[in-house]
Design a binder for this molecule. Structure first.
Ligand SMILES: [Cu+2]
Length: 137
């Protein structure tokens, strides 16, 4: 329950300062174009926490895909496996990189033929960041 309370306080803080400056800053945004016949694309991004509070990303969505999952690739016995992450925590003033071989986004089942995708990052039901990425090969 303690965890729950601290998240509520965080949301209030974010809400209070959202008019002044963005809570999350995106850099190095890249989305791979789904390969022919494939229903999955990979998304990479670096997120910077621009606040003085920890931010916990609990959900990512994209209008161009039916679902988006946060994953982490881990090398086990020389084999790269990936696991879904329920949430990703970004300490105050710190960066978290979604990059090849580490944390990444899996964008599943494209809903359009668009050549770009919008990535939406949520802390619970609060939209913290919406960023557009052009597909790269
Ligand atoms: Cu993955």
């Amino acid at each position: 329950m303690k965890h729950r309370a601290s998240r509520l306080i965080l949301l209030l803080v974010l809400g209070a300062c959202s008019g002044d400056r963005a809570p999350l800053i995106a850099t190095d945004v890249a989305v791979s174009k789904p390969k022919p016949g494939m229903r999955v694309a990979a998304g990479y991004i670096t997120l910077s926490n621009n606040t003085t509070e920890t931010i916990t990303i609990t959900r990512v969505t994209s209008p161009e895909f039916k679902s988006v999952e946060m994953h982490e690739s881990i090398l086990e016995d020389g084999i790269s496996r990936m696991y879904p992450l329920d949430e990703v925590t970004i300490p105050a003033g710190q960066n978290v990189a979604f990059e090849p071989g580490g944390k990444h986004l899996m964008l599943m089942n494209p809903t359009s033929d668009a050549d770009s995708a919008t990535l939406e990052f949520y802390a619970d039901n609060v939209l913290l960041l919406s960023v557009n990425a052009t597909f790269a090969d």
